[in-house]
Design a protein around this ligand. Structure first.
Ligand code: PLP
Length: 392
């Protein structure tokens, strides 16, 4: 069949490719330690499941308004005010099928064919592909190790052209495992204010910060850019609800209206009973967030200490999300590999450890290791990596 040029330009996700091969090996009975997970390893809390079941029993089995149920949008508005110091009315919020679709729709709503979208490295794999899907041009902005791989105002000024229309920010970061400080966001905000850029601030890992890291919403740190910012968030990572496909965006009224119209022709919004369960999650989920956070925080420290003891690995301490992003390129020559893909392939086939090549995130010297897995698995996997490197 003929496939459109636009869709042909989209690459398959490298994160999915490694996970697929690891699953294949597992199915053959191989004992794989996987650092590939992009979702919390906890089940959705029971009270959220019960809320969905009750909603189904009560007959919430029909379409909701395309932009999402008012009750949920009101709950999101309350959360954004209380936790993020952001004023959004329900008509500035669109409930989406996962934060992923919120990102896609935000990009679709502001990017015209040929427009550039600035995406700092390391970036979540899907951003450049989403930009290509709408005919835009992903402009990858290389960050520096000495800046902790974060975008600075100086780098932004150098990258921006008269074709640039949108900047993508993601803090806490997948795959970087870091969180921008409020001062860093403010510095960036000053540089953005001198351009015409809109900002898409993906805050999906908001609750997952560790150590001294402090999370602030971009639009709250830079209120002068509120009218140009689209805030992305959702229930997936916060309440371990990745399979429920619940996300949202908040932004200026005209933007939210445009996304709502678009969504009415695309998905008609997420499943109604999932929206009802999301209201319950947001109202009563604080203890569960704390419980999962405490476990992730322990793992973040542990994986950091263990990875830095591996010869040839260097790793910044993860202060956000559930990813470590060690630089492993010092081992490439010894292993006879020419980049992160070959490194991960060799590691998977020879040591049965699954990691994700950094090249998919724009950093071929690194690999992504998710610590959404037990301490026991973390230790077992790193023991294997050490043995693998010693033998090489
Ligand atoms: C940075 C980032 N944004 C958005 C998403 C999408 O989240 P959701 O599962 O809600 O679509 C992910 C999922 O991995 C992510 O890592």
């Amino acid at each position: 069949m003929k496939i459109s040029k636009t869709v042909q330009s989209v690459s398959a996700s490298v994160t999915m490719a490694v996970t697929a091969r690891a699953k294949q090996l597992k199915a053959q009975g191989v004992d794989i330690v996987s650092f590939g997970a992009g979702e919390p390893d906890f089940d959705t809390p029971d009270f959220i499941k019960t809320a969905a079941k009750t909603a189904l029993d009560k007959g919430f089995t029909k379409y909701s308004p395309a932009a999402g149920m008012l009750e949920l949008r009101e709950e999101i508005a309350k959360k954004l005010k209380k936790e993020n110091n952001l004023d959004y009315k329900p008509n500035q919020i669109v409930v989406t099928c996962g934060a992923k679709h919120a990102c896609y729709e935000a990009i679709h709503a502001v990017v015209d064919p040929g427009d550039e979208v600035l995406i700092p490295t390391p970036y979540w794999v899907s951003y450049p592909e989403m930009v290509k899907l709408v005919g835009g041009v992903p402009k990858i902005v290389e960050t520096r190790e000495e800046d902790g791989y974060k975008l600075t105002g100086e780098l932004l000024k150098k990258a921006v052209t008269d074709k640039s229309c949108l900047l993508v920010l993601n803090s806490p970061s997948n795959p970087g495992g870091f969180c921008y400080t409020p001062a860093e966001l403010a510095d960036l905000g000053k540089a953005i204010a001198q351009t015409n850029l809109a900002v898409m601030s993906d805050e999906i890992y908001e609750y997952l910060i560790y150590g001294s890291a402090e999370f602030k919403s971009f639009a709250a740190v830079c209120p002068d850019l509120y009218d140009r910012t689209i805030t992305i968030n959702g229930q997936s990572k916060a309440y371990s609800m990745t399979g429920w496909r619940m996300g949202y965006l908040a932004g200026p009224e005209d933007l939210a209206g445009a996304v709502g119209r678009m969504q009415s022709h695309m998905t008609s919004g997420p499943a109604t009973f999932c929206q009802i369960a999301s209201v319950e999650a947001m109202q009563k989920g604080q203890e569960d967030i704390k419980r999962m956070h405490a476990e992730f925080a322990k793992r973040a420290k542990h994986i950091y200490e263990r990875l830095n003891a591996v010869e040839g690995f260097t790793c910044a301490e993860p202060t956000g999300a559930f990813y470590a992003f060690p630089k492993v390129s010092a081992t490439y020559a010894k292993l006879g590999v020419n980049g992160s893909v070959e490194f991960c392939q060799k590691l998977l086939e020879e040591a049965n450890v699954a990691c994700v090549p950094g090249i998919g995130f724009g950093c071929d010297e690194n690999i992504r290791m998710s610590f959404a897995t037990s301490m026991e698995q973390i230790d077992k996997g790193i023991d294997r990596i050490e043995a693998f490197l010693k033998q090489a």
